[in-house]
Design a protein around this ligand. Structure first.
Ligand code: LLP
Length: 428
């Protein structure tokens, strides 16, 4: 069964008509499919099981920033997922959701001392370090706690991920990672610090990649470094290739996770056979979008149909504060009519929100047969939707629900506007 589909002219999430969700929980509401999440995670987990050598030889560390709802994290934790985090806040979410901190890797260019301390106290799997000053800070913080911090260096393989410049991260002039040519010297510096334990290497070249060729090219560069480090007496026991696989928003045809992992493990296994007598190396992945992106949509209600001088607008109750991607990247999201009115004339609309910015649009030039008060589903909104939402215009953030077959669970209440200024105070 497709996770989101029409049944008798009504658009449904699994077995639940979206109009029932709107009448029960209001709009705008993010709607997730449990089955979609489960299947998308299983595609990675099954491929790891098929191709990785040994029970502990691979770990999928779901990238929390793509969708950090506790119910999502809890579901994935139950399937054995690890987690890729970028803040102390995300670590606390993982723990609150029942995730295992020893399966957590901590990425990001700007970790604070407090965040390092928190992660060390919870005994996380690894810090993905991005610079020499960060190595020194981590060494100091670990010394203060009388511990050794497990570290990996994020290398910048200088591979063109061929994606949107805002989400491409593996090129020389990006702020991310250690420059490829500085890698060995940086590893030496790390190995000399007494409170660090050098355990791995990682990279992440960008997001929404449709082809796995750039990922395999990055893998080859990482493999070369692992060999060079081994020769220097710095053996590594894991390599982390990051996330980045894309999804279909419109007509894109991204490589399937299982196919990509099959090719990746074939290279890794051949390399280990040739150079290390078959001795394995643990492989980590950090996927986000390919697990949650198409497992969620944003349900919204048409407030007004407005006929401007040159365009028609469908003004809806969701806005750029709910789903930033169109405003920020000119991202394309599909729009579905929740109830199909057969026989109604269609017109071309820009779907826009109520916020006072021309950038506040969700979709442009879409042919829709709609009336005031109709519901629309903004598709492929499961990743980088709710996590990038803001309270701009003092708009409470949307509710989130997860559908499981014929059941709907509220997994985040709608924010109440009064809660939005509860932390503020008047001058004395
Ligand atoms: N690992 C690291 C170090 C990352 O920076 C990211 C995403 C991921 C893993 C997960 O990548 P994914 O599998 O989701 O492609 N807000 C943008 C996407 C930003 C991605 C940031 N890094 C968007 O809405 O398209």
């Amino acid at each position: 069964m497709p996770h989101f589909s029409y049944r008798d002219g009504e658009f449904c999430a699994e077995a639940v008509p979206l109009k029932d969700i709107a009448s029960r929980f209001g709009t705008p509401t993010y709607v997730y499919s449990k089955q979609a999440l489960t299947e998308n995670f299983a595609a990675y987990a099954d491929a790891c099981e098929r191709h990785a050598r040994g029970a502990d030889a691979a770990l999928v560390c779901y990238s929390v920033k793509s969708n950090s709802n506790l119910a999502v994290l809890n579901l994935l934790a139950g399937m054995g997922s690890g987690f890729d985090i970028v803040s102390g806040g995300e670590l606390l979410r993982v723990i609150a959701a029942g995730g295992d901190p020893r399966k957590v890797i901590f990425s990001g260019v700007g970790k604070s001392r407090d965040e390092m301390r928190l992660a060390l106290e919870h005994d996380i799997l690894c810090f993905n370090v991005e610079s020499i000053p960060e190595l020194h800070r981590l060494n100091e913080v670990a010394a203060g706690l009388g511990r050794k911090a497990p570290v990996s260096l994020r290398v910048n393989p200088n591979v063109d991920a061929k994606t949107h410049p805002y989400i491409s991260t593996g090129l020389k002039d990006n702020k991310f990672g250690v420059a490829y040519e500085d890698t060995l010297a940086t590893y030496r510096a790390a190995a000399d610090l007494p409170h660090l334990d050098v355990v791995g290497i990682d990279c992440h070249i960008g997001s929404q990649l449709l082809d796995d060729a750039p990922l395999l090219e990055a893998l080859d560069k990482v493999i070369e470094l692992v060999d060079q480090l081994e020769a220097l007496g710095i053996p590594l026991h894991h390599l982390d290739i990051g996330g980045g696989l894309g999804i279909t928003y419109d007509k894109e045809a991204p490589v399937a996770a299982g196919d990509y992992l099959g090719r990746l493990f074939a290279r890794i296994n051949a390399w280990r056979d040739e150079k290390y007598q078959g001795k394995g190396i643990k492989v980590l992945f950090e996927p986000g979008r390919s697990i949650v992106g198409n497992a969620g949509l944003l349900l919204t209600e048409v407030q007004y149909l407005k006929h401007g001088a040159t365009k028609n607008f469908a003004v809806v109750d969701a806005a750029m504060n709910d789903l930033m991607r169109p405003a920020m990247y000119e991202a394309w999201h599909g729009v579905k009519e929740v109830i199909q009115h057969s026989g109604d004339a269609a017109a071309v609309y820009d779907v826009v929100g109520p916020i006072c910015e021309s950038g506040d649009w969700l979709a442009r030039a879409r042919t829709l047969a709609i009336r005031d008060g109709d519901l629309l589903a903004i598709m492929s909104a499961g990743a980088y939707g709710m996590t990038m939402a803001s309270n701009y215009n003092t708009r409470g953030r949307a509710a989130e629900v997860m559908v499981d077959g014929a059941q709907v669970h509220l997994v985040r209440q709608r924010e109440n506007p009064a809660d939005l200024f509860v932390l503020e105070s008047l001058l004395p």
